[in-house]
Design a protein around this ligand. Structure first.
Ligand SMILES: CC(C)(COP(=O)(O)OP(=O)(O)OC[C@H]1O[C@@H](n2cnc3c(N)ncnc32)[C@H](O)[C@@H]1OP(=O)(O)O)[C@@H](O)C(=O)NCCC(=O)NCCS
Length: 142
């Protein structure tokens, strides 16, 4: 089941981020996003009462930016990530989003494959966006 993230999901989200990305947006930041930021849209994938993935966006004036997108390692490459991002994109489209952007590591071929499959186009590079690596900026015009 995919649903909006709630306060009770924050510890699971942090756990997933640490396991898959070795860093987290942090409990405090996530609490503020989920509870206090009207521009933030966060969704979790709940499977057998376990949070196995999450995705977050900020939507401002019809322009959305992806904040994070992670599936727990044990469940990666089984289709859950694509299900999750497609759900989120459909929600954004229903909210009349015109453009969606995201950054991805140049080495992250799996994520790039998914974004291109879903109609995102490579826009430009952000040099040293990550400590040791450039980011590719992808944009999807809706
Ligand atoms: C990126 C991520 C969220 C995707 O979720 P997922 O559940 O693993 O992805 P899915 O199983 O839905 O889809 C994987 C797709 O990539 C393809 N794929 C897998 N490895 C690949 C690779 N090395 N190169 C290209 N494509 C690849 C699979 O074949 C599949 O496509 P298909 O369904 O058309 O056959 C997840 O892998 C993850 O959390 N990765 C670590 C964090 C991360 O990189 N987040 C994105 C930050 S921008």
């Amino acid at each position: 089941m995919i649903r909006c993230a709630e306060t009770k999901d924050i510890l699971s989200i942090v756990k997933i981020e640490k396991a898959a990305l070795k860093e987290t947006l942090g409990e405090k930041f996530l609490y503020q996003e989920i509870n206090d930021n009207p521009l933030a849209l966060y969704y979790v994938y709940e499977l057998n009462r376990e949070i196995i993935g999450y995705i977050g966006f900020r939507l401002d004036l019809e322009i959305a930016e992806m904040m994070n997108f992670v599936v727990l390692k044990l469940y990666q490459n089984e289709g859950y990530g694509q299900e999750l991002i497609m759900y989120a994109l459909n929600q954004l489209i229903k909210m009349h989003t015109k453009s969606i952007s995201l950054e991805v590591r140049q080495s992250n071929l799996r994520a790039q494959y998914i974004y291109e499959k879903l109609g995102f186009k490579k826009s430009h590079l952000r040099k040293k966006y990550y400590k040791n690596e450039d980011a590719i900026v992808y944009i999807k015009e809706v």
